[in-house]
Design a protein around this ligand. Structure first.
Ligand code: FPP
Ligand code: MG
Length: 318
């Protein structure tokens, strides 16, 4: 039920970025074409269908779905500049291929094209989209403040990921439902689902970061430790291995990074993080059962949540 609408989203994405000339335009297009799971557009479309059935997928829904994906791609492109990341989705990141200047501008182009699309939406979806950009930036700023900081804390981490990742998941659901004229109770149930799902998703990403061999995630291993970002598995690892406190949040060399990575994985930090993530998925799912939804939209929302509850490739965590 999602595949036709998602094909329309792909067309809209290419149209949105197609007219930009020069290296910045080419870079923006290659970021669109390198793909990804298109999870956020799927949430927009599924939330619209869950609200009003398959007939709910209007041009407004497709536009909202394309805009959230462009925002997501822009944020990753800027994130790679901030993190000095070298690999994204198995390819050299834009900052490595074309340099920071082009990468920042390509991210700006993606963001401005998202705003162009959003300017055609209704005022409350427009306002929601703009607020989301601001909340994502605040989440990223919160994370940046904790970078190379010994005082990183679990509440600080939770609030940063709710902003940088949870907000766009929540808004994707909200926008899809709103474009389908959902009631307030439905809007808030779907928004809660998205926020909880996004939080769980980021926690999984943070466990993956410690384990990934690159093949599964298309990203290099231990990028967070390298960037001085102290994530939940590492924070929870301090319980079993308090000595790690000396190392976390420091500027580590490659040998120390590998030592910290192995020590974190030897604790229950990874398993505990997965348990906490699972709790968020449960809350996401229970939010869906609090309201009456069209099954054609509810089913994909449930299966997206289940794919986050039972992640592949993390079987061997501690
Ligand atoms: C990835 O985190 C980054 C985000 C989820 C959001 C980044 C947000 C910004 C840079 C600010 C907002 C930017 C715009 C253009 C509005 P990660 O580093 O944990 O994920 P990764 O492992 O995929 O790099
Ligand atoms: Mg990053």
């Amino acid at each position: 039920v999602l595949s036709d609408p998602l094909r329309s989203v792909e067309v809209q994405l290419r149209e949105a970025v197609g007219g930009v000339h020069g290296v910045v335009g080419d870079t923006a297009m290659s970021l669109v074409e390198t793909g990804g799971k298109r999870l956020r557009p799927a949430l927009v479309v599924a939330s619209a269908i869950a609200t009003r059935g398959p007939g709910a997928v209007t041009g407004l829904v497709i536009e909202a779905a394309a805009a959230v994906e462009l925002l997501h791609l822009a944020s990753l492109c800027h994130d790679d500049v901030l993190d000095c990341a070298e690999v994204r989705r198995g390819h050299a990141s834009a900052n490595v291929s074309w340099g920071n200047r082009v990468a920042v501008l390509a991210g700006d182009v993606l963001l401005s094209r998202a705003f162009c699309i959003v300017s055609e939406l209704r005022s409350r979806e427009r306002a929601r989209f703009c607020q989301t950009v601001e909340v994502m930036c605040a989440g990223q700023v919160a994370e940046t403040h904790m970078q190379f900081e010994r005082s990183a804390s679990v509440p600080g981490y939770q609030s940063a990921i709710r902003g940088k990742t949870g907000a766009l998941f929540a808004s994707s659901c909200w926008l899809g439902a709103s474009a389908a004229d959902a009631s307030e109770s439905l809007l808030s149930a779907l928004e809660r689902y998205g926020g909880e799902l996004g939080t769980a998703f980021q926690m999984l990403d943070d466990v993956h970061d410690l384990r990934a061999d690159g093949a599964e995630t298309g990203k290099p291993c231990a990028a967070d430790l390298r960037a001085g970002v102290v994530t939940l598995p590492a924070l929870l690892a301090l319980h079993d291995d308090p000595g790690l406190g000396e190392l976390l949040g420091s500027d580590l060399d490659e040998q120390e990074i590998d030592e910290v990575r192995c020590r974190v994985l030897a604790t229950r930090g990874g398993v505990r993080t997965l348990e906490i993530a699972r709790g968020h998925v449960e809350r996401a799912l229970s939010s869906l059962s609090e309201v009456g939804l069209f099954p054609e939209g509810k089913a994909p929302l449930v299966s997206i949540a289940e794919s986050v509850r039972q992640p592949v490739g993390l079987a061997g965590v501690a």
